[in-house]
Design a protein around this ligand. Sequence first.
Ligand code: SF4
Length: 223
Amino acid sequence: MAFKLLNDRDAGEVVTILEREYKDAHYYLNFKTPIDLVVAAILSAQTHDDVVNATTQVLFSKYKTAKDYANAKPEDVINIVKKVSFAGNKAKNIINTCKAIEKNYGGKVPDRMEQLVELPGIGRKTANTILINAYGIVEGIPVDTWVIKLSYRIGLSGNKDPEKIEQDLMKTIVKKYWHNWAYVMKAHGKKICQSIVPVCSKCPIGPNSTNKICPRNGVTKSA
Ligand code: SF4
């Protein structure tokens, strides 16, 4: 079936309904400082949140500043993060990112998008996450795998490229929701719009809801 993009009115309604449904959704990784957040965000790619939080509990007790990580021995960091996927690469990115933060920004995590995306292992998704959660600066919407999958199903974007999806979402979603949208999508994906078989019958925008807004793009099997 052809992809169906929601019109602005329906998209606005979807956003309002899901924001209300998941009003407690929030960023899920533990951190206290911007540098903690950089490290946690690098470790989080393709790794379960609980594994990242268990790993950073140990890591953060040993390393506190960009300088600490910049001077760390790679084998020591790898040993602590070994349960995280791609541990070797991520440990290298953490150390190299912290070296760059130490050298170029005096140890302070930069608060500008164009500076963050220059750091090793930090793309636009992670940069948005850092800006929002460390500094309260909302420039865009973090586009992770949940946002990619659900934006397509719900008809908020027909694009596959994360940056194009972000542009589509920024045109459709009012700015006051940008900071939390990725966490709303994740909560909805885990509870209802599950990856393999979405539970459309219980969905607040699904075929049994009063609004029946969701076009369910690409859904061939649902519960
Ligand atoms: S109706 Fe189905 S596909 Fe659409 S958001 Fe709900 S669970 Fe996902």
